[in-house]
Design a protein around this ligand. Structure first.
Ligand code: GDP
Length: 298
């Protein structure tokens, strides 16, 4: 969490400082409220949540007057937007002696393969047995990349011949997982968004064949936080294709504006469960709403 704060401090902290400066003005006139709105929109929070936050702040200040502690007021309201009540636990355990199956989806380049590798490492550190399925058979490099992660983390990677059917790789990975009694199978998938119908067929088939062996316990949608509102369009498409149960926001260490957390949760009604904070093996962390808001405020 300290790391999250440090990583976010660079770009996102300015959101908090900007808002606090505005809220601390002697007179909160219309121009100031507009500046507050602009600041929130620039941080990728999205139109509806921004409007909601500004409305709440305005009515609160009408009743309570100028806040003595603007930071505390802003923290409360931002936390409300991020929604600390959402259940962010990962469903990595199966039932009836079967493994938990985590399907990882998202467009190419979002950070799926990296996330699968990092997540495997976290699970192994928790003494779980893990198997990986390299079902992104479309890109040979993705399979190699996952194999490298497997070696690094010390877990088995199930892969097919180049260009093989993603569903058959996913099927085989879960089949072996069931037979060997592993705790969790993580399945990496391909994300060719150019062709929605094709992707829908492919992911649908992957999910169906897996479920012949064991229920999918978690569908993680990986989104690159630096793509801002464009990422929202991808998020919408994927949520129409599969029942997403959790979001992984990657590259929050880069130029991303943290407000995208609020926007995407709103859009999908699904919690951000993990955040990617770098390319290294340890750079994946559970999402913590309070720590996140503190990082936003700087
Ligand atoms: P995929 O195509 O969705 O499987 O994406 P990859 O896992 O291959 O990741 C694409 C690029 O993003 C790689 O260079 C990763 O190292 C990088 N990447 C993934 N997650 C993060 C992150 O949280 N922070 C940063 N800075 N880079 C990341």
């Amino acid at each position: 969490l300290v790391r999250l704060r440090q990583r976010l401090a660079g770009s996102q902290g300015t959101l908090g400082r900007g808002l606090l400066a505005l809220l601390s003005r002697d007179r909160l006139d219309e121009d100031t409220w507009e500046s507050i709105e602009d600041t929130l929109l620039t941080a990728d929070i999205g139109v509806a949540p921004t409007t909601q936050l500004v409305e709440r702040l305005r009515s609160r200040l009408r009743v309570e007057g100028q806040p003595a502690d603007a930071r505390a007021v802003l923290r409360e309201e931002l936390l409300e937007l991020v929604d600390p009540t959402m259940d962010r636990r990962l469903q990595v355990s199966g039932a009836d002696g079967k493994p938990g199956v985590v399907l990882v989806v998202g467009v190419n380049g979002a950070g799926k393969t990296t996330t699968v590798g990092k997540l495997a490492r976290i699970l192994v550190a928790e003494d779980r047995t893990v198997k990986l399925g390299a079902a992104d058979t479309f890109r040979a490099a993705a399979v190699e990349q996952l194999a490298t992660w497997g070696e690094r983390v010390g877990v088995d990677v199930v892969r097919g011949p180049e260009g093989s059917d993603p569903a058959s790789v996913a099927f085989e990975a879960v089949k072996q997982g069931v037979e060997e009694g592993v705790d969790t199978v993580l399945v990496d998938t391909a994300g060719r968004l150019q062709n929605k119908a094709g992707l829908m067929d492919e992911l649908g088939k992957v999910k169906r064949v897996i479920e012949k062996q064991a229920p999918v316990t978690e569908v993680l949608l990986v989104l690159d936080a630096t793509t801002g509102q464009n990422g929202m369009i991808q998020a919408r498409v994927f949520s129409e294709i599969v029942d997403v149960t959790g979001i992984v926001l990657t590259k929050l260490d880069g130029s991303a504006k943290g407000g995208i957390v609020v926007a995407v949760q709103r859009e999908l009604g699904v919690p951000v469960k993990l955040v990617g904070l770098g390319e290294g093996a340890d750079d994946l962390a559970p999402f913590d709403a309070g720590a996140f808001v503190d990082a936003l405020l700087g």
